[in-house]
Design a protein around this ligand. Structure first.
Ligand code: KIV
Ligand code: NA
Length: 265
């Protein structure tokens, strides 16, 4: 195998090879994903929802992100690991942002960080990049700002917001970010952004005109069956499969069928 690096991702875009990315928060899942050949694993702050059951991504802490990220890093051999800077760990000032990014790199062994926003976090991004830490941007629907937006609906449908998004993407490229996530924006705008910049644009709910795709692993496995936005393709119905397995086990325990003669010492 050949290790995926921030440079190989940019080369993939140049060569027209699409980039595959999914989330991971723990060792066991990360090991399966890496073995399957995923290019990028995102230790997303969606762990706040998926792992901890919070309604938003805001409550997860830097320490908790480092715990998830270090578990993922121990499992992988090939893919690139990107770790989200959680809400509250970078918005105060650029020095705090750099300190948080350094903690992630030192304490988890992750390869890069991602943070949400454009021009408002420009100085923080510069500082982190200056320290030699690769940065992935995140524009469009930025869940850490949910209380500003009020809803999780499609972003940048209006001219003004679309223009700002394009400007922010150009700025992220200029600063030296290695890639940008575009979340829940019109496919046409996402394609225009992907054509305007030379670093990869990874979409989620951003159509097929971008350079790669990311989904939350638990969503694409069908484990979170209450959640079905249009952009989500389900590759398994794990909720049904797992419920069946759990019910079989419960039944076998109750009936005394498990363990059998062969399943004991
Ligand atoms: O935290 C996350 O899972 C993300 C992706 C949806 C891009 O940021
Ligand atoms: Na995130």
């Amino acid at each position: 195998y050949k290790k995926v690096t921030v440079k190989s991702l940019v080369d993939m875009k140049k060569n027209g090879e699409k980039i595959s990315m999914l989330t991971a928060y723990d060792f066991t899942m990360a090991k399966i994903l890496d073995g399957a050949g995923i290019d990028v694993l995102l230790v997303g702050d969606s762990a706040s929802n998926v792992m901890a059951g919070h309604e938003t991504t805001l409550p997860i802490t830097l320490d908790q992100m480092i715990y998830h990220a270090s578990s993922v890093v121990r499992a992988i051999t090939r893919c690139l690991v990107v770790v989200d800077l959680p809400f509250g760990s970078y918005q105060s000032d650029p020095k705090e942002a750099l300190r948080s990014a350094i903690r992630i790199m030192k304490e988890s062994g992750g390869h890069s960080i991602k943070l949400e926003g454009g021009k408002e976090i420009k100085e923080s991004i510069k500082r982190i990049l200056n320290a030699g830490i690769p940065v992935m941007g995140h524009l469009g629907l930025t869940p850490q700002s949910i209380y500003k937006f009020g809803t999780y609906t499609v972003r940048a449908k209006e001219e003004e917001e679309a223009e700002q998004l394009m400007e922010d993407a150009l700025m992220l490229e200029r600063l030296g970010c290695f890639a940008v996530v575009l979340e829940k924006v019109p496919a046409k705008l996402a394609q225009e952004v992907a054509e305007a910049i030379s670093i990869p644009v990874i979409g989620i709910g951003a159509g097929n005109g971008v350079d790669g795709q990311v989904l939350v692993t638990h969503d694409m496995l069908g484990m979170t069956h209450e959640f079905h936005p249009r952009f989500l393709r389900r590759y398994l119905d794990m909720h049904t499969e797992m419920t069946g397995a759990f019910q079989s086990y419960i039944g076998d325990v109750k009936s005394g069928d498990f363990p059998s003669d062969k399943e004991q010492y």
